[in-house]
Write a protein that binds this ligand. Structure first.
Ligand code: AMP
Ligand code: TRP
Length: 331
């Protein structure tokens, strides 16, 4: 059976990018052929300046949104990362497997460390080591597939390298996983700045569609999306990043091929209108179910409690094996 693992950080409200790039595919996993685990990876939210109360609130909200998106806790394991100590236990062994150079090369580290320094904040050491903890999240479950958006490809590559290296040095312990990406929507861009990824922790929110936005808010944001100065609706990330992003979103919501869709539009206005309606319809059920689930926090708590029990059970034997393999005296 294929083992699947993926996670989302509680650093902001979940976006359309999270949904199209990752979460929607988590819901679509065929549970007869795969065993899946999904996690709100809260430890990763501590790698940048954070507000404790907000992280707590966003963690519960992320679990609720995942349930609302259709993750069925009877069919897969849904849990909060910090509830399962095995992740951090394994992370240390992987720190002893990774080199500092390969972590300093990570694109996200360079970007985020640069921003933190510019704004006069310190760079937390955990921002550098974070991909190692991510590797532990994945390897601890013997994961085969990691459904993520494009921005995580480099981190999953590192995970593969660490698994291979550990196995070569200390004997076969880890499955070597691979990232899987959606055919369309692997990198949704900010509607106001189509050269940047739609990210949940951006300061300006005008170009970010949140999964829980009201329909009118979604419409306003899409209708005000930046388009390109050329004329005509063309699918080309280089010359027309704004329009191309809208075509990607529309194709991801409705199905179809974004390049072909381009040929069916002659004006930006109709493209925006159709895209707005497609997004509204796609996220409507999520928002409605979220409202119902949020009224029952007891249910959410119970889901993550059971999820953590199950995850721990799956993780422990592999971490114990890794501790033995690397040379630590068995307890
Ligand atoms: P994060 O918000 O960084 O925790 O990301 C959770 C998941 O959503 C990861 O698999 C990301 O690759 C994916 N994701 C985040 N932003 C986008 C985006 N703008 N487009 C596509 N996928 C995304
Ligand atoms: N680094 C991922 C992100 O920023 C979140 C994440 C942490 C993750 N651990 C993971 C994703 C394990 C997939 C598998 O989006």
């Amino acid at each position: 059976m294929t083992r699947i693992f993926s996670g989302v950080k509680p650093t902001g409200h979940m976006t359309l990018g999270n949904y199209l790039g990752a979460v929607r595919r988590w819901v679509e996993v065929d549970q007869r052929e795969a065993e899946a685990l999904f996690s709100v990876v809260d430890l990763h939210a501590l790698t940048v300046e954070h507000d404790p109360a907000r992280v707590r609130r966003l963690s519960r909200q992320a679990v609720t949104v995942l349930l609302a998106a259709g993750i069925d806790p009877e069919l897969c394991t849904l849990f909060v990362q910090s509830h399962v100590e095995e992740h951090t236990r394994l992370s240390y062994l992987l720190e002893c497997t990774a080199g500092d150079g390969e972590l300093r090369r990570m694109i996200q580290y360079r970007e985020k460390a640069g921003l933190a320094r510019e704004s006069g904040q310190g760079v937390r050491l955990s921002l550098l080591t974070y991909p190692v903890l991510m590797a532990a999240d994945i390897l601890v479950y013997g994961t085969d597939e990691v459904p993520v958006g494009d921005d995580q490809a480099q981190h999953v590559e590192l995970t593969r390298d660490l698994a291979i290296r550990f196995n070569q040095r200390y004997g076969h312990t880890f499955t070597v996983p691979k990232a899987t990406r959606p055919p369309v929507g692997a990198r949704i861009m900010d509607l106001q700045d189509p050269l940047s990824k739609m990210g949940k922790s951006h300061e300006s929110t005008a170009g970010i569609v949140y999964l829980l936005d009201e329909p009118d808010t979604v419409r306003r944001k899409v209708m005000r999306a930046v388009t390109d100065s050329g004329s005509g609706v063309v699918y080309d990330r280089e010359s027309a990043p704004g329009v191309t992003n809208l075509l990607e979103i529309l194709a991801a919501c409705r199905g179809g091929d974004p390049a072909e869709l381009a040929g069916t539009y002659s004006s930006y206005g109709t493209l925006k209108k159709d895209t707005a309606e497609a997004v509204v319809e796609l996220v409507r059920p999520v928002r409605e179910r979220h409202a119902r689930l949020a009224a029952d926090p007891g249910f959410v708590d119970e889901v993550v409690r059971k999820g953590a029990d199950r995850a721990r059970e799956l993780a422990r034997p592999r971490v114990d094996a890794a501790y033995a393999a690397i040379g630590l005296l068995p307890r």
